[in-house]
Design a protein around this ligand. Structure first.
Ligand SMILES: [Zn+2]
Length: 408
């Protein structure tokens, strides 16, 4: 079932720049009145009080990049490194910075007598996983948001998580490890990995075809009330609905892709059309929300026959997705909420019947407009399943994929 061969390691190869900003001084000529001269002198006086060593430097880092501050300044002993925002940049006591999230943060430090500041900008481009959590037994293909080549991989503890030459990580034991990728220009990328124990009987709730202003907020509310994280396979949101996608992310759910559009007679015309339908949405999400989505679901599922006007297209697409940097998920529990005439009672019946123990369940639901059957049974189903001992989780890039048999 599980097949992940990551072919295109993508990374941003831009070397981070250390730029020292120098404040320019321009000399003024010409006559001045006494008042002005006095003012200037006063200003000079104030300036003098600030130590000239209070240097402001700046650096640009790619996501996941690790860099040592003051690596070339061995004469001074710098200490007390502090980051103004550890969600964006962390810093060790030795001044090693790690870019965690796109944004800006300042790292301050001292040499005992003077204070220094390095203003750091973290770009969206770079390695996708600065921090990642896996469960024992899971696999992760470390992926990149831009092309790079010749990366060499290491793990600080191979008994906890190993990594092979292609950047495939296997979680072996509970604990933490640091996975490092170094490119030919010696740019270092780092993933701080936590391996947790494998939980049994997980339910992965998935919602297709959203976001929708009527349904999505109601679904999110139910999930929040039950403290459940889920996965949303979205279509291109209407501009006015970008806030709904942002809410999905902000509330801790996984944003995944269904496609830029859903029209079977268009998207399955060719491999190129399908590829573009995914890339277009991925690029939009990346631009708008700074997340690089890797999880997808075929409209109609990989077992669909609505693509049969193009014989063999699903066979070809399912083989190519990995190489394009996508993992696809079908489902093994269907709520039936997209079938005409399904009542909330029927949906509950379907869900109870198909959710069984001994394996994980990927549940197909929808957050399209006015989906009353799901809106009326979701809360009940969550409460029912929790009582039965199931655990709800969002899909991640290391979750074992659930695939249907391909029929075209
Ligand atoms: Zn759909």
């Amino acid at each position: 079932m599980r097949k992940k061969t990551w072919k295109k390691a993508m990374i941003c190869s831009l070397a981070a720049l250390m730029i020292v900003s120098v404040s320019g001084c321009s000399s003024k000529s010409g006559s001045k009145n006494t008042k002005e001269t006095k003012k200037e002198e006063q200003a000079k006086e104030t300036k003098k009080k600030v130590p000239d060593t209070e240097a402001q430097t700046s650096a640009v880092l790619s996501l996941s990049e690790v860099q040592t501050l003051n690596a070339n300044d061995k004469d001074k002993k710098f200490k007390e490194y502090v980051s103004s925002d550890t969600n964006i940049v962390t810093v060790t006591e030795d001044g090693i910075v790690h870019a965690i999230k796109a944004g800006t943060a300042a790292v301050t430090y001292t040499d005992g007598s003077n204070q220094y500041t390095c203003n750091i900008k973290v770009k969206k481009r770079g390695m996708v996983y600065p921090v990642f959590t896996m469960m024992k037994g899971e696999h992760l293909d470390i992926q990149f948001s831009n092309k790079d080549s010749g990366l060499s991989w290491t793990s600080t503890d191979s008994s906890i998580a190993s990594v092979n030459a292609k950047g495939k990580v296997i979680a072996k034991k509970v604990g933490t490890a640091v996975i490092t990728g170094t490119n030919r220009e010696n740019v270092v990328y780092q993933c701080n990995l936590t391996v947790n124990k494998k939980i049994k009987n997980i339910i992965y709730l998935t919602f297709d075809d959203g976001p929708n202003r009527y349904t999505t907020p109601k679904v999110l509310k139910i999930l929040k009330q039950n403290n459940v994280k889920a996965t949303f396979f979205e279509l291109k949101p209407a501009k006015k609905d970008f806030d709904l996608t942002k809410r999905v992310l902000d509330e801790g759910h996984t944003l995944a892709m269904h496609g830029y559009q859903h029209k079977y007679d268009i998207i399955y015309r060719s491999e190129k059309t399908y590829h573009q339908n995914l890339d277009k949405l991925r690029n939009l999400f990346f631009k708008k929300f700074g997340v690089w989505c890797t999880l997808t679901r075929f409209p109609g599922g990989s077992s669909n026959t609505c693509s049969s006007y193009n014989p063999g297209i699903m066979t070809r697409l399912t083989k190519k997705l990995d190489g394009w940097g996508y993992h696809y998920f079908d489902w093994n529990v269907s709520s039936g909420d997209a079938s005409r005439g399904t009542t909330p009672a029927q949906e509950m019946h379907n869900l109870k019947k198909e959710t069984t123990k001994g394996h994980d369940s990927v549940v197909l639901m929808h957050d399209f407009y006015n989906n009353q059957p799901t809106l009326k049974s979701l809360d009940k189903y969550i409460k029912y399943a929790k009582k039965k001992g199931y655990t709800f989780m969002p899909l991640t890039a290391s979750t074992a994929e659930v695939h249907h048999g391909v029929n075209n």
